[in-house]
Design a binder for this molecule. Structure first.
Ligand code: ATP
Ligand code: MG
Length: 332
């Protein structure tokens, strides 16, 4: 069977609609016909220096949310990145194969480091896409389901795979990004030209999957819309209403055209109220499922331990092979 792999950072108390529709919903679907490896990118979360106690709870909350979203630990390896040391072991080799300028061109680094302030951004944030290349290439995946914002990092992974193969012999597959049109970029409700983001969005710009349903509905109803009153899809001149139309289509699993037709002749308010109801239902049931998983942290730990053991079976031999190929000698 082909393999699917992806990860998500425990950088907030809750995942948001963008994470779910852009990535996690595809993770769940790919389980049906792929060997799937899905991980909580806890080492990536360290790049922004979270409080230890905060990070600990977020890791558990992340696991519970992935299970609530439908990741099935019987079929997929669900694990913490830090439980599989091969990720950092391979990352070092890739660090040594990546140019300084090449890493500096990553737009996420530029954005996030600009936000932190030039001298405050960590070296970890700088090399994060290289660790991500290791995360991916260790599992030789055919598909990597992610949002549009990860396209450039995927490209770096492909380049590193090719470069390694060129220097040391055929080893890594060049993975394909699995990015679905329509859900690849769920936009911020207050700033509809930007993506919804755990770390960058203002509270009213983002619907968290663990939001109270009433609060989530209110955020949708107070989303920024454009001047005029015609419901029409045009991301250039009407980014606000277009974002809402495409979110509606995403949730209902239909086309934007069908949604536009459905609301033809109606006002913005009608679309907002209908979408607010859909979102409230979604987060309501998601929250309930998540809380039931959080009630049993020991079971979460067992699931993560099983997932890590399965991941290490795959990752261990890859690192051994790579270390051998680059000329390291085997220790006692
Ligand atoms: P952070 O702000 O901490 O980077 P994030 O919201 O970008 O958080 P990540 O953990 O970095 O979330 O990404 C997890 C997955 O969600 C990735 O596949 C990413 O491409 C996807 N994703 C994130 N935001 C969106 C969005 N607004 N629309 C679609 N996909 C998204
Ligand atoms: Mg991100």
């Amino acid at each position: 069977r082909p393999r699917s792999l992806s990860g998500i950072q425990p950088t907030a108390e809750s995942f948001h609609l963008g994470n779910y529709f852009g990535a996690i919903r595809q993770w769940v679907r790919l389980q049906d016909d792929h060997d799937a490896f899905y991980f909580i990118a806890d080492l990536h979360a360290l790049t922004v220096q979270p409080e230890p106690a905060t990070l600990r709870t977020r890791i558990h909350r992340s696991a519970a949310q992935l299970l609530a979203a439908g990741v099935d630990p019987e079929r997929s390896a669900l694990f913490c990145q830090s439980h599989v040391p091969e990720h950092t072991q391979l990352a070092w080799v890739f660090n040594c194969l990546t140019g300084f300028g090449e890493a500096g061109r990553m737009t996420q680094f530029k954005d996030k480091s600009a936000k932190a302030g030039a001298d405050k951004a960590s070296v970890g944030l700088f090399t994060y896409p290289i660790l991500q290349a290791a995360d991916i290439l260790l599992y030789d995946p055919h598909h990597v389901p992610v949002g549009e914002d990860q396209r450039q990092h995927l490209e770096l992974s492909r380049n590193l795979a090719q470069r390694f193969n060129h220097h040391y012999g055929e080893t890594f597959r060049q993975p394909e990004a699995y990015i679905l049109e329509g859900t690849a970029k769920i936009v911020d409700l207050q700033e509809p030209t930007a993506k919804m983001s755990k770390s960058a969005s203002a509270p009213n710009g983002i619907v968290d999957l663990l939001d109270d349903p009433k609060r989530a509905a209110k955020k949708i109803r107070s989303a920024v819309t454009d001047s005029g009153d015609e419901i029409r899809y045009d991301p250039e001149t009407k980014p606000g209403i277009s974002g809402l139309l495409s979110l509606y289509a995403t949730i209902e699993q239909t086309s934007v055209d069908a949604v536009v037709a459905q609301f033809e002749g109606q006002q913005y308010g009608h679309l907002k109220v209908a979408l607010a109801d859909l979102v409230a239902d979604l987060v309501g049931s998601f929250g309930e499922r998540t809380r039931s998983y959080l009630d049993d942290p020991a079971e979460l730990d067992r699931i993560l331990a099983r997932g890590a053991a399965r991941a290490r079976e795959v990752a261990g031999p890859v690192v051994a092979d790579v270390y051998d190929k680059v000329g390291l000698v085997r220790g006692a």
